[in-house]
Design a protein around this ligand. Structure first.
Ligand code: NAD
Length: 482
């Protein structure tokens, strides 16, 4: 199978924070891969703008190292050609230093122009303001903003108001890199491109849905930031919420940005408030190799959660009675993100009790490998009567698509979508605000109750209370890393 690379139009991408961790690990290696695949046309430019005092040679070296770390040593010819696209401007978003130099590098709007705000949100406002003051923006210019998009509804509204004072909503690309994953888009293809699933995709046939994002790493060097945020703000309000929306939404009339985002918004607005006894928060403890969460964040009394599990309900006709169990945490058994759609059992068992009880299950795996598996029930081979077993019908991309399964990383795809002007996989202002409107009372609730997270062993499945949360309902979590 031959994958089709459709070159985008010639562009100037200006990365504020182009020497930061995100640029080094994701944005620059991602752009290099798109370049090697022939998607970036000649005449395009990638200009990093950051506080670091560096000249162009220094930046080109930085990029070469970043690419080598992320992807392995690049071919000398390819890296030399890619380096020709690069430029660097030392700049300070908070003063006038470097702005006229940047403006000199951008004399015309002939190329599609996008500014990537890969910097903390506190400097979005001065950045936006200076971009206009230096006439660096036209109506076709786009900006890309990173998470976190606020820490509650009020701050998200303020941030939206700040951006909307300078840009139209159609120019603002709020990134959630989970939406750029191949499998997440495949979830839509599987749901809306096949007759097979959609008629069953409701509470009549689906028993429950699990959405799990497990990480095996702790908070690492991000302790100070993470401790002010926690798993609910850092993961649930954005990534898990987006996965839930794509799983639960109604079919949009077209695969078109606002049609998709309208349907996602309806799901968020239909989410019921979560009962306190349907929430389990946890904090990892140490083992012989690691330290505790509290040691990691250097606060012996921290009550921030590094793990959360919740039982949620989407209050609409399609989902009444089908719970959504969400969980995410750090320092768990394995890095493993997946959505499990667990179907109901057959209404009547004709094979007798020895055949056992079986559920079909659609497993949409996002990390570490991407793929979709449908578990179906068949007869156990051989003699011995009618015994049943579950086997996977595997739609692993690696097997189905051969070498072309080396699909673009989420950032690669999303940056190319910005240049194409396609906002389908980016969050709209009202979506982000609705997500915070649902999240805020949950956080306020546990703060008012002085809730203390339950300890859990490092590299385990999380707190035992989280097992009880689902087992009380006669269900069980899918194994992490299984
Ligand atoms: P970082 O601290 O590693 O880098 C910050 C960058 O911003 C540097 O290039 C620095 O020179 C530049 N900068 C800071 N102040 C500036 C100023 N006044 N003027 C001009 N440039 C300035 O940060 P990061 O980890 O790369 O994160 C960047 C953004 O992306 C943050 O909003 C972060 O929340 C978000 N983000 C990061 C990750 C990640 O994995 N690193 C993941 C998701 C979101």
């Amino acid at each position: 199978m031959v994958s089709r690379i459709i070159p985008v139009e010639t562009f100037d991408l200006i990365i504020f924070g182009g020497t930061g961790d995100l640029a080094r690990r994701k944005i620059l290696p991602g752009l290099f891969k798109r370049f090697c695949d022939g998607q970036i046309p000649p005449g395009s430019r990638i200009i990093a703008a950051a506080r670091s005092e560096m000249d162009l040679g220094g930046f080109q070296e930085f990029v070469t190292e970043a690419i080598a770390d992320a992807l392995g040593l690049p071919e000398p010819d390819q890296i030399a050609d890619f380096a020709d696209l690069l430029d660097y401007v030392p700049i300070d978003a908070l003063s006038d230093q470097g702005w006229s130099e940047l403006a000199e590098k951008l004399p015309s709007f002939d190329n599609t122009r996008a500014f990537y705000f890969s910097v903390g949100p506190s400097i979005f406002e001065p950045l936006a303001e200076r971009l206009h003051r230096h006439s660096l923006v036209d109506p076709n210019t786009r900006i890309v903003v990173e998470k976190p998009f606020g820490r509650d509804l009020d701050s998200a509204r303020d941030l939206n108001a700040t951006l909307r004072a300078h840009f139209d909503e159609g120019q603002i690309y709020r990134i959630d890199h989970y939406l750029g994953k191949e499998t997440v888009q495949n979830l839509m293809a599987v749901r809306f491109g096949n007759m097979l699933f959609e008629p069953l995709w409701n509470s009549q046939y689906i028993d429950h849905i699990q959405i799990s994002v497990a990480e095996d790493v702790g908070v690492g060097g991000r302790g100070a930031y993470y401790d002010k945020s926690g798993a609910m703000r850092d993961m649930v309000q954005n990534h898990l919420m987006q996965l839930l929306c794509l799983t639960a939404m109604e079919p949009p009339s077209f695969f078109e940005p606002d049609a998709v985002r309208d349907e996602k918004l309806k799901v968020i607005r239909a989410l019921a408030p979560v009962e306190p006894h349907h929430i389990v928060r946890g904090q990892y403890t140490d083992n012989s190799e690691t330290v505790t969460y509290r040691q990691d964040v250097e606060d012996p009394r921290s009550t921030t959660e590094s793990y959360i599990a919740m039982k949620c309900h989407v209050n609409n006709w399609r989902w009444a009675g089908t719970p959504f169990y969400l969980r995410t945490g750090k320092r768990l058994k394995a890095r493993d993100s997946e959505i499990n759609v667990v179907f109901k059992r057959t209404p009547h068992l004709i094979f007798g009790p020895e055949a056992g009880e079986h559920n079909n299950e659609l497993r949409i795996q996002l990390q570490p490998d991407e793929g979709i598996t449908l578990r179906v029930t068949i007869k156990e081979p051989g003699p011995g009567g009618m015994r049943l077993m579950d086997v996977p019908l595997d739609m692993s991309f690696a097997e189905a698509l051969g070498d072309d399964a080396d699909t673009p990383d989420a950032y690669e795809r999303l940056i190319m979508d910005v240049i194409r002007g396609n906002q389908t996989l980016f969050m709209r202002d009202d979506e982000v605000e609705a997500a915070w409107a649902w999240t805020d009372p949950i956080i306020e609730g546990w703060e008012a109750r002085n809730d203390v997270p339950k300890p859990y062993d490092s590299y385990s499945n999380g707190p035992t209370d989280a097992d009880l949360l689902i087992e009380r309902d006669g269900r069980y979590w899918r194994g992490i890393g299984a």
